[in-house]
Design a protein around this ligand. Structure first.
Ligand SMILES: Cc1cc2nc3c(=O)[nH]c(=O)nc-3n(C[C@H](O)[C@H](O)[C@H](O)COP(=O)(O)OP(=O)(O)OC[C@H]3O[C@@H](n4cnc5c(N)ncnc54)[C@H](O)[C@@H]3O)c2cc1C
Length: 404
């Protein structure tokens, strides 16, 4: 493929013009809101409402999930259209996968892959149209990296499952509409052969959500106390959840790909051009320039890998180790950047700046670096997975799970 986004075909050029005008209108006059392509932890209600509305408008046009079939609420569009949409929304500092704070970007492709026809027609349109939000609810107090140890039990009683258990470190500031969760449907059964995924309305009696403030921002504990869920909401087959998990985890672990860059480094360069100390402007100091150059090179490499992953995913030909390779590098670069920012900025990098979005707030970047090494499984699990995909220590290489 041609990664040069200027090299449009005539159809892409026409579509780009349409999309650019649409976004310019939709976003006009809202420069006061602090866009962030990241998971935001600030809980700004005005920004949240605007973003949910934007997602609904994109959803109506089929642009929120462009390549998902129209009968499931998507746009029925091509990969080329998706690349145009991704590029145009990135111009406004947003990402298509993160228009508002929902993890539908993961749940939609998983349900699309593993749901039956009735489930796809019922569950997908509200997510694809931006009408509902959902959280991914996996981690439990006794361990997250080893997801298969989960103990939240869903017991079948007639036409329902009755769920009991507890999950931790999930979600974000705003209450969800749905919980996409993994449960044990056969306690005492074989490891990996006893789990299932289920789509739970978050307002079902017995669901309690308790905020859990963390260094990176707000997460939550979810309690399930005799939560009754129709059997029709179990996706991918009872006790077949480990196979469904491979799709889910590959998407979470950077197999999804993206085209968004990291605006924080751009902001740091601007800051260094405008600010200085007794040695003069920061940008003119050799040590600062060396650190900035490293951050810029890392950023370019990461963006190319993420774009590669998006392209190969949409072509249904994923690179076996592509997701985990990118994820490991992204997290190591995040850690390096939190150190680089502090080296350049000193104490002023530790002050919260509410005039910018979280993705470019120097304080948040400093806190985020170490914390991202843990979320979604730790670096150790990245290394383990990377080795398996390369065939190290095993006779056979693991292939990338199907993600779309
Ligand atoms: C910012 C953030 C956001 C999160 N968001 C979500 C969310 O939306 N949904 C959700 O369900 N969960 C979420 N989590 C939880 C996350 O998935 C878990 O924290 C993660 O899986 C690690 O699990 P744990 O915290 O139980 O640590 P553990 O798995 O108990 O790890 C503890 C230590 O043991 C090491 N270790 C574990 N297994 C191995 C191994 N096989 N080999 C070598 N060393 C190993 C680890 O590297 C680590 O040092 C989030 C966490 C964070 C920090």
């Amino acid at each position: 493929m041609n990664f040069d986004q200027e090299a449009d075909t005539p159809e892409q050029a026409r579509f780009r013009q349409e999309v650019r005008e649409w976004f310019d209108t939709a976003m006009s006059g809202r420069g006061d809101l602090r866009w962030s392509t990241q998971w935001s932890t600030r809980g700004n209600e005005v920004e949240y409402e605007f973003r949910r509305d934007l997602a609904r408008k994109l959803g109506e046009k089929g642009w929120l999930f462009p390549t998902v079939a129209a009968e499931y609420g998507g746009g029925g569009l091509s990969v080329d259209h998706q690349f145009v949409l991704e590029g145009e929304i990135a111009r406004h500092g947003l990402a298509l996968s993160q228009v508002f704070y929902t993890l539908a970007r993961i749940v939609v492709p998983v349900v699309n892959q593993w749901g039956n026809e009735e489930q796809k027609r019922r569950m997908l349109p509200p997510m694809c149209k931006g009408e509902v939000s959902c959280w991914q609810v996996m981690t439990e107090p006794q361990g997250g990296s080893d997801l298969a140890t989960l103990t939240t039990v869903a017991k079948r009683v007639g036409d329902e499952y009755v769920i009991n258990g507890q999950k931790v470190m999930v979600g974000s500031t705003h209450y969800p509409d749905y919980l996409w969760t993994i449960v044990n449907t056969n306690p005492g059964g074989e490891r990996h052969e006893n789990v299932s995924w289920i789509y739970v309305n978050a307002r079902t009696p017995g669901v309690t959500i308790q905020p859990l403030p963390m260094v990176m921002g707000m997460k939550n504990i979810v309690f399930f106390d005799d939560v009754h869920v129709p059997v029709d909401d179990l996706v991918g087959g009872e006790n077949n959840g480990w196979r469904v998990s491979t799709t889910h985890l590959e998407l979470e672990h950077d197999g999804a790909g993206s085209v968004s860059g990291d605006p924080a480094v751009d902001r740091l360069i601007r800051y260094c051009s405008l600010n200085g100390d007794s040695l003069g402007r920061l940008i003119d100091q050799p040590e600062v320039r060396r650190i900035l150059a490293d951050a810029i090179v890392d950023g370019h490499v990461l963006k190319m890998l993420q774009t590669r992953n998006l392209w190969f995913r949409l072509q249904r030909d994923p690179v076996p180790y592509g997701g985990v390779q990118t994820r490991y590098l992204r997290r190591m670069i995040g850690l390096s950047n939190s150190q680089r920012f502090q080296e350049i900025l000193g104490y002023s990098g530790l002050l919260k700046d509410l005039s910018v979005d979280e993705g470019t707030d120097f304080d948040y970047i400093s806190r985020r670096g170490p914390a991202t090494l843990h979320g979604g499984g730790t670096l150790d699990t990245d290394r383990l997975q990377f080795a398996r995909r390369l065939g190290l220590g095993r006779r056979q290489r693991e292939s990338a799970p199907v993600t779309i």
